[in-house]
Design a protein around this ligand. Structure first.
Ligand code: ZN
Length: 128
């Protein structure tokens, strides 16, 4: 089954902890895996610690890893930096699910990474 969530941001580059939203969307009897998939080319998802300063550090790190300007794709729609940052993070994560809950490590969270906001995005959760 597929559950579609909507994620809104108010900055160009922002990292949001969406763990609770994904967990709440799971059926109570779900067991197996949840694949969390971002169907966009300038947003991404990863699993890491949801500590607020770390979320800012991830934003800063992605900004520093990829230059804002000077890319060939900028001649098309001026957002190559967003595509490159999203490529580094990736479009999906797979998380084990047990008894309708995410079975992750104590310090793990599902982090949505917007690289070309602010905007509203789809976030798909495929439960198998
Ligand atoms: Zn583009």
């Amino acid at each position: 089954m597929t559950i579609e969530l909507s994620v809104s941001t108010d900055e160009r580059l922002s990292v949001l902890d969406v763990t609770d939203r994904v967990a709440e969307a799971l059926p109570a009897d779900a067991d197996g895996t949840a694949t969390v998939f971002v169907p966009h080319t300038t947003a991404a998802v990863t699993v890491n610690e949801g500590e607020s300063r770390l979320l800012g550090d991830i934003e800063t790190g992605l900004s520093e890893l990829v230059a804002d300007e000077g890319w060939a794709h900028d001649r098309i729609d001026d957002n190559a930096d967003a595509h490159l940052r999203a490529t580094l993070v990736g479009p999906n994560v797979t998380v084990p699910v047990s008894d309708g809950d995410l079975a992750m490590g104590t310090w793990q969270s599902i982090l949505f990474v917007e690289c070309d906001g602010p905007r509203t995005r789809s976030l798909e959760v495929h439960v198998d």
